[in-house]
Design a protein around this ligand. Structure first.
Ligand code: HEM
Length: 589
């Protein structure tokens, strides 16, 4: 059964929960005029209807004034879509909801599922997709190597295209070149594009069974089981407590390292990776590492750290995709007696222990249950999920949540510490570790801007793909069933914040002081956490952790990095570990 529920935003100006808010929720990045919250319970499509001409749009004030009594919808067609009004030249697609005579439930349902709904008006004209020539592609890829940089080059050649078709020998990809195209694929037509594009390597490494690379029912069930733990206010305060404790511990370690000397040498990325792993282990398994953890906790933490390192090494070895058994890293992960086997044994032991100690009685439904508190393992045990499923979900969250957040924090520290004025502004903010979780964005605007700006230019996940399950129509282009649409937070972040390609890291210019990022840029241009039903589950956790950690570290220490530039490469995610990119001297202030 499908039900919709309307409510006023609970947390912030925008109140966007992560699933559909294009900026990933918690109100951090949403710059639209949205005021209403929409929950569609049986699809997990929880979120906010964004206020852009090309999106679903709710007039909140009318709604509130009319007491949400009645509403009606009308879909406006864009100029390009051949309709009657709507957006400007870049705005088209499904349209506008106005309040009038119908039930809000009905209207929202029909709008949210307009794409999958037979009644939705089709595009009247189909646009021809441009396919750059093989020669151009070879030149671009040879020159720029990575697809997101190729997209920046292609944009110059094809400034008006929403989608470009890239024909490669093994697969055809449609590159989404505008935020509008991304909005349609990720949000408005997400039911046409529910599958994550995956490569064989992930199957080889058995990474396709948790959430991130799981598909269909398995993905839906596993993600649904976790959503309450990542969205409820009570779990957020547990997360923040974990972040505070772990950041505090790390700062204490640094102070001890400095001792009586003026400064100490350390590699920020190494240190922060320990921090983010500790936080994610704590919010998932409830594990405490270091001195306060027991033997099993410490063994799991150490083995997971080795496991993460080994899968990153695998991702860097082309041989793993062709003949995995020839790779020692692969054998180290999945071979007999390998890390995966060891981890399974340890985690099953932990689950058995928790079942024994907590005596958890499974509840029949996950979604309807009370907001969970404590760690995710407790929540999953209460759902009645099998040990194997719990284990796969938790592994996945650790992989998805640790290095992504670590690179955001480390890159932010390196970039911010070169700007004295910015550092002074962070130091004028309240102590980052004392701010309540609902107030983070309002009370720490500079630290928030720093994290956002790093995510704009150096998103940990630079390129994402979705596969369709039925023929679809995106921005007026007809796309066949089974096609792969790719989009890039890296490309959007550099292309759509100013009139020309913009790769100058400057949080104040972009996000503060009336900067474009705060108000005028399309929310779909800032997509470091993705959006829609496959959007990042850990948006609030990852962003809050980044803001608090960056704020706290800049407030307590001075950093002098060995390198001026941020040197990085992308493997599974943004990797800063090469060439001592984040080695630095740290001093107490
Ligand atoms: C700064 C930190 C992070 C960044 C930039 C990030 C980014 C992303 C991106 C781009 C995606 C793909 C979204 C899409 O396809 O629309 C994703 C998916 C995901 N992320 Fe994150 N992430 C971060 C932190 C976390 C954390 C802390 C967790 C959990 C502990 C997490 C769990 C997940 C999961 C489970 C998915 C798969 C969602 C699905 O397929 O339905 N992430 N993340």
């Amino acid at each position: 059964m499908l039900t919709c529920q309307l409510s006023h935003p609970p947390l912030s100006r925008h109140g966007c929960p992560p699933m559909m808010c294009p900026s990933g929720g918690h109100g951090y990045g949403c710059r639209s005029a949205t005021r209403l919250r929409v929950r569609v319970s049986d699809t997990m499509a929880t979120g906010v209807v964004v206020g852009r001409p090309s999106s679903l749009f709710l007039r909140p004030t009318s709604a509130i004034n009319q007491g949400l009594k009645t509403c009606s919808s009308s879909f406006y067609r864009s100029r390009r879509g051949g309709g009657s009004g709507g957006g400007g030249s870049r705005h088209h697609g499904v349209g506008l909801v106005r309040f009038g005579s119908q039930s809000p439930m009905l209207t929202l349902r029909s709008c949210l599922f307009a794409s999958a709904n037979d009644d939705a008006p089709p595009h009247s004209a189909s646009r021809a997709v441009i396919t750059p020539s093989l020669f151009s592609l070879v030149v671009w890829f040879a020159r720029y190597l990575e697809p997101w940089n190729v997209m920046l080059a292609m944009r110059k050649e094809y400034p008006d295209e929403d989608i470009l078709k890239i024909d490669l020998i093994f697969e055809t990809f449609y590159f989404l070149m505008t935020p509008d195209a991304a909005r349609e694929v990720l949000l408005e037509k997400s039911t046409d594009f529910p599958l994550r594009y995956s490569i064989d390597l992930f199957e080889t490494l058995e990474l396709d069974r948790g959430i991130v690379y799981a598909q269909g029912d398995r993905h839906r069930t596993n993600k649904r089981a976790c959503v309450p733990a990542f969205e409820s206010a009570s779990s957020m305060s547990t997360f923040v407590e974990a972040i505070r404790d772990e950041v505090d511990d790390m700062c204490d370690r640094w102070v001890a390292k400095i001792g009586n000397k003026a400064s100490a040498q350390l590699d920020v990325y190494d240190e922060v990776r320990q921090l983010t792993l500790a936080v994610v282990l704590r919010v998932t398994f409830g594990l405490r590492s270091g001195g306060s953890g027991d033997k099993l906790s410490n063994e799991i933490s150490t083995t997971i750290a080795q496991y993460l390192e080994a899968i990153v090494a695998c991702a860097n070895e082309p041989i793993v995709s062709i003949a995995p058994q020839l790779s020692s890293n692969y054998r180290r992960v999945v071979g007999s007696g390998g890390l995966l086997e060891k981890l399974r044994r340890l985690v099953l032991e932990l689950i058995a222990e928790r079942r024994r100690v907590d005596g958890v009685v499974p509840t029949s439904t996950v979604e309807g249950g009370a907001p969970p508190s404590g760690d995710l393992l407790g929540v999953l045990l209460a759902t009645g999920a099998s040990d194997e499923d719990i284990l796969l979900i938790l592994f996945d969250l650790i992989i998805a949540g640790s290095d992504t957040t670590a690179s955001t924090i480390s890159a932010s520290l390196l970039l911010a510490s070169k700007d004295e004025r910015l550092v002074s502004r962070v130091r004028e903010e309240p102590d980052a570790l004392s701010v309540a979780h609902e107030d983070v964005r309002a009370r720490l605007p500079v630290s928030t801007a720093i994290a956002r700006e790093t995510l704009r230019l150096y998103p940990p996940v630079p390129f994402v793909g979705r596969r369709s399950v039925r023929p679809s129509d995106v921005c007026g282009y007809s796309l066949d069933e089974g096609v792969v649409c790719c989009w890039s937070p890296f490309y959007f972040g550099r292309q759509f914040f100013s009139s020309s390609v913009d790769d100058a890291w400057d949080p104040a210019r972009v996000w503060l002081d009336g900067g474009a990022g705060g108000t005028t840029v399309d929310p779909f241009a800032w997509l470091p956490f993705g959006a829609g039903v496959r959007g990042c589950l850990g948006t609030r956790l990852g962003l809050t952790e980044s803001v608090l950690a960056v704020g706290c570290m800049l407030q307590r220490f001075d950093f002098t990095f060995e390198r001026d530039e941020l040197t990085y490469k992308y493997d599974l995610t943004l990797n800063l570990s090469e060439n001592r990119a984040t080695a630095c001297e740290v001093r107490k202030i």
